[in-house]
Design a protein around this ligand. Sequence first.
Ligand SMILES: Cc1cc2nc3c(=O)[nH]c(=O)nc-3n(C[C@H](O)[C@H](O)[C@H](O)COP(=O)(O)O)c2cc1C
Ligand code: SF4
Length: 652
Amino acid sequence: MGTTGSPHYPRLFSPWTVGEVGVPNRIVLSPMTTGFGFEQGAPNRQLIDYFEARISDVGMAVVAFGAVSPEGRVEQQVPWMWRDDAADRLAPLAAAIDDAGTVPCLQLGHGGRQVSPVVIGEDPVAPSTLKATAHVRRTPRELTTDEAGGVVAAFASAAAKAAEAGFRAVELHAAHGYLIHQFLSAEANRRQDEYGGSTTAARSRFGSKIVAAIKDAAPDVALLVRINGSDLTAAGATVGDARAAASEFEAAGADGLVVSAGVYGSVPYTIPLFDDPEGIFIDLAASVREVVSVPVVAVGRITDPAAAESALNEERCDAVAVGRALLADPEWATKSRHGHTADIRPCIGTVEGCAGMLQHGDPISCSVNPDVGREATARPEPGVLNGSVLVIGGGVAGMEAARTAARLGAGVTLVEKSGELGGALRLAAATPPLRHLAGLAGWYERQLDRLGVEVRLHTEAGPSLVEAAKSDHLIVATGAATEVPVLDGYDLLPVWTLESMLGGEPSSTGSTQLPIRIAVLGNGRRALAMTLWVGDRGREAVAVTGGRAGVDTSGLARRALIDRVAQADTFIDEAAPLRVTPQGLEVLRNGEVHLLECDGVVIADPTRPERPRWLADSAEEPIVIGDAREPRGIGPAIAEARDAVRALSAAG
Ligand SMILES: Cc1cc2nc3c(=O)[nH]c(=O)nc-3n(C[C@H](O)[C@H](O)[C@H](O)COP(=O)(O)O)c2cc1C
Ligand code: SF4
């Protein structure tokens, strides 16, 4: 139920009005393309389940990117609004959202030059024949003035169908580098007709016409316009341009604005990453809010209800749109309302499970919540698990296995040989860009405590412990460790593995002092994060990757990590390490041997599964999960742990 009232966050849970539409509270589920849930542009049960699972206590839910015409599709799996039967096909989704007491809102968009010809089967169209700034390489075809008028009409027709389907609001997508934003942009719009010009006011005519046409076609529907507060690129629009555009759209009839930021290829990106700050774009919303009198919704890494409450109280925005926090924890709003913020499972911001999947053409899930997209079978926790479970290893896979087993009713013991839970999460959290991963480890600790899991730290599991435990199920989640490559010369310079360096252990030569110039070996996320850790300590650091860097992470996270390495005055060298010498590391670069001068080496990647040796001789048949089975990182470890335990309950 989209609810009003909370003693903890009274402003966040207070009602507001956009146009003539009352919204029970100030939380908006931000539009997120899912890559699943549609058949030929019609939402199916999977999408309805996805929405129903995460809209309790949400004031308004926005369905992403209803494409107004076939060539405007950013993905196949979006509402196809050009079809005559679009209203009938969308009505069940609108009704499901409305029935939950949440205002259903449909985003309407056209991707313009930022769509792939593979998706639409033809060349993209745009205001001018200028390519997108990133990702899409095809030069678009310029829309004629008549065709541009046709797009205006398509938006109006789509809005009328949205209203007929039961949506009480629409969000016009005029941001993120898509078509309306391209018209707004001095960089993308070089037109000489009525839709071009040298001022923002002139370039906003296309968007303003659409706003007015939607108000005509669907007068009872509240119209929000999503704009960029800044394009976050050198040649792109600034907040000054955003203020001008906002005023134009308000004058044309917009009932509210959503202030986002960024285009394909901007830094930071529209979807802020792991180390971007909380509420990163709220200042932009506040600036736009100064020049309009309609409500302004802020968006962008809003994960903390207390920070949202402050922004609302300070009148920097009128509502907040929350995206990934509601993927990571579908009960984000409910837990916020009840003040149970410590129970909110945090979004870790690496986008590997969500937007990173879309980049590969796959449906989204979520690294910390693998039930995204399979809500119907996953909630409430299916089944019952009788008996007892012993989990060996307190990393993310072990903690998830213990949590799921305890939720299903089993008596659970978790043993961990070190002095704290978290495993690879804690190691990663020691590095600057991934600090916030400690938050996920902390969340698991609290959950295990709440669920009564017996956690035994400083406990090395062996045959006798397993024997004494007499558990019904044994789960091994002992993680992975750095694989040390076979190189000569480890005795000639101080060499550490990532674990021994972060654990403060001595190097291969017995030294404990951090050298001045350090080569970090590896081509994965760990190596880049380790390089930043070294740089953070004022040392010279170079990641020696032996090829493409950051291969084990999503395109967006990879680019962000590589950017951070460049900003931190640390370096990436794609050379292949050959051997350690007293002067440094000998490497093979472009077919030639070079000396990379350094006085210490840290080996960070790759990793290999670490399983207790005694297991091989044990009569027990354990379930091996996570990196102990195959090193793949946080998302697959959590998914595998959860599924393995659920399979036990199904089998039992
Ligand atoms: C998987 C994914 C898909 C998205 N799809 C859309 C979209 O279709 N339209 C849109 O305006 N924004 C889209 N966004 C951006 C979000 O609406 C939001 O602006 C952004 O994620 C920042 O908010 P957050 O930090 O709360 O996630 C998407 C974001 C994600 C993670
Ligand atoms: S996949 Fe990662 S970034 Fe995306 S919602 Fe889940 S935790 Fe957040």
